[in-house]
Design a protein around this ligand. Sequence first.
Ligand code: NAD
Length: 286
Amino acid sequence: RGKRAFIAGVADDNGYGWAIAKSLAQAGAEILVGTWVPALNIFESSLRRGKFDESRKLQDGSLFEIAKVYPLDAVYDTPEDVPEDVKTNKRYAGAKNWTVKEVVESVKNDFGTIDILVHSLANGPEVSKLLSETSRKGYLAALSASSYSYISLLKHFLPIINPGGASLSLTYIASERIIPGYGGGMSSAKAALESDTRVLAFEAGRKKRIRVNTISAGPLGSRAAKAIGFIDTMIDYSFTNAPIQKELNAEEVGNTAAFLASPLASAITGAVIYVDNGLNAMGVGV
Ligand code: NAD
């Protein structure tokens, strides 16, 4: 049978999560997605109204299906963790069972198991602040949404990921080099995510032969990136300075994810894989 993938962090057809879903679908996987609760209604209605049909097209002209969209807020592990003001918030009130534990229970009830877990989400409320001006609350929120969310997803999904499966996340080079503008503790969150990738690779590998990798992606004008505010500058910088001078296509990240999730990558785990036209290898901009 084909593989089944759960991709957390898809709310439109512009980001890396969507591109990964599409590449995995192209490779024959069944696709489940986790969509941030406040973005759920607009994502589902856009899907229904055919707004994404052009970008749903596979190579043979057919449209890829999302077998199920699960509301998700990866900042909360269980219903007990959800504060009152979020519970009663209008944007959350309509949806049910969206904490990590509940989503995994729903996936288990609906489908039994998965083979591939993808984490393609990040959030840093103070991303536009300098690290040295970030509040404790903002810093911890960035780590909670962008790093611990991955540990939580993997921890809860692990019992229902089939042995031999694969898990992936998305990171950014601001974890290891100075990228002014990627503030609010987001650089720290990506450093944690990359370090956790190694430790989780060991733990999931020994437990269930599951491989854990992260893709360090170059700049893409996604919704999240536009919110940071410097994405056009980063795209121009990359175009000018990278070894391969071309625009980075989300599909290139999607295809790498499909490779990493496949048996072709059976000996790759605990790795940070750069998909950035080679920009990471440059020492100076030229
Ligand atoms: P995106 O906007 O498509 O994806 C981010 C998603 O995270 C959104 O769908 C958003 O709704 C979701 N999200 C935010 N908080 C959430 C929460 N608490 N629970 C569940 N979902 C939540 O943007 P993207 O740029 O494709 O981001 C995907 C991943 O790629 C992120 O990890 C990002 O850091 C990483 N990345 C992006 C770039 C870039 O230039 N765009 C570069 C390197 C890495």
